[in-house]
Every structure is written in C-alpha cells, then in structure tokens.
Ligand binder design. Structure first.
Ligand code: AMP
Ligand code: GLY
Length: 417
C-alpha cells in the first residue's frame, strides 16, 4: 500500500514513523514534510492545501490512501474534493469532509452541535457586528474571567480570556467591529469560564464504531511553572494521572457516544480523528472544544503508545470495519518535551544548524519545524523537535526526555524543564 501524508509538523513525523512500522506499507510520501519525515519516507514539495497538485501526485504515484494531518485542508474540503472526483473517489482519505470539519472550523457550529446532543459544555451565546450591543450586555451577566472565541480558524490564537469586564468589552468590540481576526471573528462565541484541569481525549472513528485512543495532557505556556505566553504546546504526557478509568468512562458515555450518534443523526459521515478538549471539573467532563485532527505535540505521546498497526486501523476507517480491528495500548508512560526556537512564541530564529541527533539514546526525536539543507538539518519553525520517551513512571520518562533534550544542539534552543 502506498500512502501520502499531508502536513509538515511533529504530528506528521509521528504518523510517518508509526506507518513505516507496518509490514503492509510499500511507499510512504509526506507533503511537504520536514527533515524528520524524510528519514522514514519521501518528502514531496506540495502544499497540503493545493488539491490539484495533490491529485496529480496521487494519480502519478498510485497512492492508495491519504492521511490528513492539519485542520486547514479538511476545513477547505480535501476529502470532499476526492469524493467528487471519479479518479480519486475510491481512495480513502483519513479526515472528515467539510461538514464534519465544522466541529473545528466553526466554534458556533460546535457549540450548537453540543447543545443539540446534550453534550456537557459551557453555557454560551454567539454575537455578530450587528448584535455587538447585546454581546456587551451579555458580558455583564457573566462572572470574570470572560471567554471570547473567534468563530473561525485563527491559527490557535482566536481565544481570548480577559480578567476584567472592561477588557472583555474592549476585546469583543475589537473582534466584531474591527475584525481583529479577520473573517474568523465575524462571529464571536462568548462562554462561561470553566474551572478545572484540562486534558484531551482522542477518538478514531469510521463513522459508526470508534476506538478511544490514549488520553494526553498538553502543556501550553512557554514558561517553567506554566507561566507566560501560550504556545502550540511545549510538551505532553500520556496517560493523564487525573483521568482514571472512571473519568474516561464518563467521557465515553456523556461525550463520545453522543458525538458519534449526533454526527450520524445529522447525516455527517465522519471518518478520521476527533480530538476532544476537556475540562475535568471535579471529576465531571465538560467539552471545551473539538478538533478534527490529532493534536501536536499530543500525537507524539499518543501514537507511540498504540501497539496495533496504524495502517490496519486506518484501513478500518476507510472500509467502515474499524470494529473488526484489534487495538492494543502500551501501559507505560510516554512524555514528550518540545525544543523550540529562540524567541518563540513571538518572532523567532530560523535557519540555525542543528547537531547531536546521533547522541539521542532511548528517546525518539520527532521533527516539528526542521528542514534538510544539503547535508545539514536546520531549524525551520517555532517548535523544532519533540523528544518522546517511555518510562514505568512519568518521572522516569521525563528524565530521559530531558537528558536527550540536552544532546541536540542549536543556537537559541529553549525547552521547559
Ligand atoms: P479552544 O481553542 O476553544 O480550545 O480554547 C483555547 C484554550 O482556552 C483552551 O485550551 C482553554 O485553556 C481555554 N478555554 C477555552 N474555553 C474555556 C472555558 N469555557 N473555560 C475555561 N477555559 C477555556
Ligand atoms: N496541542 C494542541 C493542538 O494541537 O491543538
């Protein structure tokens, strides 16, 4: 089987690394990929959202399956593009069509969906430029802090949580009247602030049956001690110590089953991953958001813990027989520590030569923002490398990740200790 992965981050390197372990894989391509994906497959210089170029490559290289990493091509309809094309329509695409991708592409859609299907989530209202005055009044009925979300995709920056009513009002005006996030903030969801501790649960579904993947927790702040600016994620752990079997059971009954059934009831054929961002509020799950893809860096701890053949699971998604596939999880802890570029998450360095990969022992170095330049690997993104390790305890796994984080060298390197 020949597979094309779309994307270029640590998540895609983890997919490539895992798929490369399948005996049934023939050729593996990653578009556009990074220096890490080039070590397990062949990079192709095509943007994940250039569907015509993707088609040409798929046809010319006899691709049998396309795995979509990021949300952007899904929200833009890559799966619909395949289904509408006579030559491509029988090639399975792992990732939902446009309708299902709205779970991530529109906060308003996903909140309405949760309310329609009684899925626990924060109380909310949605406002537009025309209803700005009502929005300002609605803010007055809430307790601080205030949660304001741009409806559309805003590169992970569309959620703002001001502490005072004054700031919240100014922010709402900025988003609606001054289009702070462009078209993405033409609608704004305002919701109640949930108190608790966050984690993520991941589901792989063929639209009918599903597998619950290992849960993970991502650490989003740049600074040690969870302070400073938000990032795409500085590290992750799996399993999550405060998400015991009883909690996951609640997530399955209250969130996962109603989500799968809700999609079916609405005629949305969903084939792919569902990333459920949750708040554990005193032992009860509340949904913060859905994403229609895996998380990054969560994938770098979730996939290594899956013992089963990922290609086989993806085939189950494509063929609609996921329920027949075996699914086994490693009970050990996995941790990943993200090495980032100097300056990140603000303006950051690029093009710094990286060394020391050969000294990484007993960890996996998943490349996120790297690029091959001649015989050198250079930094090419804010988040550069995710160092994943296993241990019988979280501490043991973390110690390995930190020790190997020291082995990789480049100018401006930073990671959270
Ligand atoms: P989202 O993109 O919806 O996941 O929001 C980004 C981040 O904002 C989340 O990971 C949470 O840390 C925080 N957040 C979002 N919604 C809420 C809420 N209702 N209550 C508390 N924190 C929230
Ligand atoms: N690490 C968070 C995300 O992938 O959305």
């Amino acid at each position: 089987m020949n597979i094309l992965i779309l994307g270029s981050g640590g998540r895609e390197h983890a997919y490539a690394w895992k798929l490369a372990q399948s005996k049934r894989l023939s050729k593996l391509y990653i578009a556009p990929g990074n220096a890490g994906t080039a070590s397990v497959g062949t990079n192709v210089n095509i943007s994940a959202t250039d569907f015509d170029a993707v088609k040409k490559f798929v046809v010319e290289n006899q691709i049998n399956m396309v795995v979509v990493g990021p949300e952007d091509p899904l929200v833009k309809g890559v799966h619909d593009y395949f289904l509408a094309d006579d030559v491509l329509k029988n090639i399975p695409v792992i990732g939902p069509q446009k309708d299902g991708a709205q779970l991530e592409g529109s906060k308003d859609f996903s909140k309405q969906f949760m309310f329609r299907h009684n899925i626990p989530t924060a109380r909310y209202e949605t406002f537009t430029k025309e209803t700005l005055a009502e929005g300002l009044k609605f803010l007055e009925t809430l307790e601080p802090p205030y949660v304001l979300k741009a409806d559309g995709l805003a590169a992970g920056k569309g959620v703002v949580i001001p502490n005072t009513l004054e700031e919240a009002k100014a922010e709402l005006s900025e988003m609606l009247a001054n289009a702070k996030f462009g078209n993405a903030s033409a609608k704004v969801v305002i919701e109640e602030f949930l108190k608790g501790i966050e984690l993520s649960v991941f589901v792989l579904t063929d639209g009918n049956s599903y597998k619950i993947l290992p849960a993970a927790k991502d650490y989003k702040r740049i600074g040690v001690g969870d302070v400073g600016l938000n990032t795409g994620g500085m590290g992750a752990i799996s399993p999550v110590p405060f998400a015991n079997e009883e909690f996951i059971k609640k997530v399955e009954e209250r969130v996962i089953i109603p989500t799968i059934n809700g999609l079916k009831k609405e005629g949305i054929v969903y084939k792919g991953f569902i990333f459920i961002g949750l708040m554990n509020c005193n032992g009860d799950p509340q949904v913060i958001e859905y994403n229609v893809r895996m998380g990054d860096p969560e994938t770098e701890v979730v996939l290594p813990r899956i013992k089963s053949d990922l290609l086989d699971l993806f085939e189950g998604v494509g063929n609609g027989n996921l329920h027949e596939k075996s699914f086994e999880v490693d009970t050990r802890f996995a941790t990943t520590v993200m090495l980032v570029a100097g300056g990140y998450p603000e303006e950051y360095r690029k093009g710094d030569v990286m060394t020391g990969f050969e000294n990484v022992k007993d960890s996996i170095a998943f490349h996120a923002g790297t690029k091959q330049e001649g015989d050198k690997v250079v930094t090419n993104g804010g988040r550069v490398i995710a160092i994943t390790s296993f241990g019988d305890t979280m501490k043991e796994a973390l110690q390995k990740s930190f020790a190997n984080a020291e082995q990789i060298k480049y100018e401006g390197k930073y990671y959270r200790s």
